[in-house]
Design a protein around this ligand. Structure first.
Ligand SMILES: Cc1cc2nc3c(=O)[nH]c(=O)nc-3n(C[C@H](O)[C@H](O)[C@H](O)COP(=O)(O)O)c2cc1C
Length: 152
């Protein structure tokens, strides 16, 4: 299998981008070819073409996508079930537990990927305001996620 991994981030104030960059660095150190992509400007067609996607996103509003990710997310509504068959993915969700919809967008993105036929390679990790510890857990889990992806 290809060693390309798409790291797709959605952010407003840069936290998810920071986590995505660290994810890309770790993937590169493991011999993978990371492609860092912002949801702003990304398309569902590119998602379909990716074999392995790591989604790193924050939540805004009341469980909603970051503003820049909204056009991409709206287009995702047109994908039909099964259209992401063959895609493996994992989700690192950022949020703030003082909000009712804690990590709400990461959760609905995760659920949508599964409904569209993609294969979840690991349980979603949710981060509160201080995301350093869950980010460490995610980075420690990365070799296993990538190994599972290669074996598929
Ligand atoms: C106006 C506003 C609305 C937010 N809404 C939510 C929310 O509904 N759920 C949640 O878990 N976090 C929410 N957050 C917290 C952000 O997701 C969190 O600060 C995150 O780390 C921001 O990451 P970013 O810099 O990548 O955008 C909100 C923050 C602000 C300022």
């Amino acid at each position: 299998m290809s060693k390309e991994v798409t790291i797709l981030f959605g952010t407003t104030t840069g936290n998810a981008e920071d986590c995505a960059k660290k994810t890309a660095e770790k993937a590169a150190s493991l011999g993978f070819l990371p492609r860092l992509e912002n949801m702003a400007g990304f398309t569902p067609e590119k998602l379909k073409a990716a074999g392995l996607v790591l989604i790193v996103t924050s939540t805004w509003g009341d469980g909603e996508p970051p503003d820049d990710a909204i056009p991409f997310w709206d287009k995702m509504a047109f994908l039909t079930p099964g259209s992401l068959n063959g895609v493996g993915y994992g989700v690192l969700a950022l949020g703030d537990s003082s909000y009712e919809q804690f990590c709400g967008f990461g959760r609905i993105f995760d659920e949508k990927m599964e409904r569209l036929g993609a294969t979840r390679l690991c349980d979603r990790i949710e981060c509160d305001v201080d995301y350093s510890e869950p980010l460490e857990v995610w980075l420690e889990r990365l070799p296993y996620i990538l190994a599972v992806a290669v074996m598929r």
